[in-house]
Design a protein around this ligand. Structure first.
Ligand code: SAH
Length: 242
């Protein structure tokens, strides 16, 4: 799989046809005969670089039917749960598969990610996205996670769905001692209920945070935060099963 990227960072998935963009078109033969890192020009002279997509490139261009967790939150989830090589993860819901792909990338070939999605149409898209990227350590399961978790000896249970508290009891049975439950939730009321249930089922080290990110605009006139920013994504809750 290869993509083309223009000077502004816009990414284009290449296929079996000519590529038409508003910067001009590139013939399919030129794309086919190019190698990674090579610069090719459209008929209007605009330059595009040929790249093998990394995970962020791929997530930008893959099919998406619902919103995905942003890198600012993904990074915090990975760091706070000590996620790494060879670990076992269950996550739900899959959505388009972005979070599952990040987890699969981090746990590596010796790790395993099982991702539950209740909607058949979403599960199909996610499966297609994950397979096309070649992330073989991720398994998509079209299942309602409120019915329970099949896997055991888990290092992390990650939840991005409306009622994470309904998964806490089965997470407690499926996590290794020392493993983490983490949840991403848009509403503070969800955080409140989740804390109550986490305590009931013996989880400890409870922590909830929100990441507010400001991008810095660097211009000849001056450097300052951008005037527009993402005001809210989700609250992140972490708990440890000891
Ligand atoms: N974290 C994902 C997005 C998840 S969107 C990403 O970054 O790409 C939330 C998903 O949870 C939706 O697709 C929804 O269908 C699914 N979902 C909701 N309840 C569920 C349940 N009980 N079991 C499994 N999936 C569920």
């Amino acid at each position: 799989m290869r993509i083309l990227i223009d000077k502004k960072g816009n990414k284009y998935l290449t296929g079996e046809e000519d590529l038409h963009t508003n910067l001009g078109y590139i013939k399919k033969e030129d794309i086919k005969n190019s190698s990674n890192g090579q610069i090719i020009k459209t008929h209007m002279g605009s330059e595009f670089t040929v790249l093998k997509p990394n995970l962020n490139d791929y997530i930008d261009i893959m099919e998406r039917r619902c919103s995905i967790i942003l890198p600012k939150d993904i990074g915090i989830i990975i760091a706070n749960t000590s996620l790494g090589c060879g670990q076992r993860v269950v996550e739900a819901g899959t959505g388009s598969g972005a979070t599952a792909l990040y987890f699969g990338n981090i746990v590596g070939p010796n790790g395993e990610v099982y991702t539950y999605e209740v909607r058949e149409d979403f599960a199909e898209i996610a499966e297609k996205n994950i397979m096309a990227f070649g992330q073989e350590n991720v398994t998509v399961k079209c299942k309602d996670i409120y019915d329970g978790i099949d896997e055991s000896e888990l290092d992390l249970v990650f939840l991005d769905l409306p009622k994470p508290w309904d998964v806490v009891e089965s997470a407690a049975k499926s996590l290794k001692s020392g493993g983490y439950l983490a949840a991403y939730n848009p509403y503070i009321e969800q955080v409140f209920t989740l804390h109550k249930v986490l305590k009931k089922f013996g989880f400890s080290n409870l922590k909830s945070i929100e990441c507010i990110l400001r991008e810095i605009e660097v211009k000849a006139k001056g450097t300052r935060p951008k005037t527009r920013m993402v005001g809210h994504t989700g609250y992140l809750t972490f708990a440890r099963f000891l």
